[in-house]
Design a protein around this ligand. Structure first.
Ligand code: ATP
Ligand code: MG
Length: 364
């Protein structure tokens, strides 16, 4: 998938812009606070349906104006497509190839993988960060996953409400608790099996990428840390049932569910050491990059072509050979990379200079 163009009107610090991209490496270069990340935010909004910085639409609207609009054109092997997104007079409008669409119809049409500096938390942050990565990655190739996860989360909320009641000493219908536990075991099985299947295909790709980024100096091993390690739906459901039914007293005291996919983690072993504890800054960045490149590889295997890689401030802290590997990874892949460093320009097919929300392109 190749992003051909991006246009924005009254978005963040951008008045009006229209940018064109080439296959290979596109570099957005400029000093701090000029509008580099804003472009990636606008592009990625089409992949995720919302801002990756968590900005509400009012926040995305340029100060002193009352709405914004964005548009992208992109092509895959079959055709050129266009998506637009606008927020005007308090209402939102999405269009695909000129026709209005709902959020669900827009998601999955334009595919992108994002690296954002906050993603460094995937390595050393709380398990929640790793689960979030996994959820986004699985949803990228498995359209049913988000629905199943949402169903699990709803059942979990109901079970937690009963446990909370119990923790306050209020009476709880035990049969109801057992019934929610049974539903939760089945929903947990669906989520676990999809995560497991994803990691089975994804982990070897991530391990290859880590080896390539580090010039074969480092090895990566990813494992899913869950309350079960079984493979068949029956055996997995039995394990979850046992978790949910055997520790009811403890859970009633805690007031919440202590087992299940919402507590999963990903084990990350880098050259034999737990990266969650021991990885250096550069190693953290390299691991996250390996995960993101692998997400793209796996996405291509499942869909037939690469997603667009949006890499925000990825180059700092990487040594020269790791930078060279990353920028050399262009080829068939399209990379849109932001940087403050002039020295990076040599590696790019297309350079866009960014200053105060203005963009000047210099094709090479
Ligand atoms: P850095 O190199 O520091 O990451 P950047 O070029 O990526 O910088 P952006 O995050 O794109 O910078 O932001 C550029 C500017 O946009 C910031 O100065 C910010 O204050 C401004 N900005 C953010 N939201 C709005 C808004 N709604 N209206 C106008 N300006 C905004
Ligand atoms: Mg930035």
């Amino acid at each position: 998938m190749i992003l051909s163009s991006f246009r924005a009107h009254q978005f963040r610090n951008i008045g009006d812009c229209e940018l064109f991209f080439t296959p290979g490496v596109n570099l957005l270069i400029g000093e701090n606070a000029q509008g580099k990340t804003n472009v990636l935010e606008g592009i990625y909004l089409f992949a995720r349906g919302k801002s990756f910085r968590g900005g509400a639409e009012r926040e995305l609207t340029k100060f002193g104006t009352d709405g914004f609009s964005l548009g992208i054109t992109f092509r895959d092997e079959r055709r050129e497509q266009a998506l637009t997104y606008s927020f005007e007079g308090g209402s939102r409008r999405r269009e695909k190839n000129g026709a209005p669409v709902r959020l669900g119809e827009m998601l999955g049409v334009f595919r992108a993988v994002l690296f954002y500096p906050e993603h460094l938390q995937i390595v050393k942050g709380a398990p929640e960060k790793r689960r979030e990565f996994l959820n986004v990655a699985v949803a990228g190739v498995d359209p049913a996953y988000l629905g199943l996860y949402t169903k699990y989360a709803k059942i979990l909320d109901n079970r937690n409400a009963l446990l909370k009641q119990a923790s306050k000493g209020l009476p709880v219908d035990r049969e109801e608790l057992v019934a929610w536990s049974e539903s939760l075991a089945l929903a947990a099985t669906d989520v676990y099996l999809r995560r497991r299947a994803y990691l089975l295909g994804f982990a070897p790709r991530a391990e290859e990428q880590m080896s390539a980024i580090s010039d074969e100096k480092e090895t990566l091993l990813l494992t899913l840390e869950a309350d079960t390690d079984k493979e068949t739906p029956e055996a997995v459901a039995d394990d979850y049932r046992a978790c949910f039914l055997s520790h009811l007293e403890r859970e009633c005291a805690a007031g919440c569910t202590l087992f299940g996919p919402h507590r999963d983690d990903i084990g990350i072993l880098l050259s034999g050491l737990d990266a969650r504890v021991y990885a250096s800054q550069g190693q953290q960045r390299s691991i996250v990059l390996a995960l993101k490149l692998a997400e793209g590889e796996y996405n291509r295997e499942k869909t037939g072509d690469y997603p667009v890689f949006l890499l925000d401030d990825v180059l700092s802290e990487l040594d020269a050979s790791r930078r060279a590997y990353l920028l050399g990874a262009g080829g068939e892949r399209q990379l849109i990379v932001t940087s403050c460093e002039e020295t990076m320009c040599g590696a790019a097919e297309n350079i866009i200079r960014v200053s105060g929300g203005n963009y000047v392109s210099a094709y090479r």
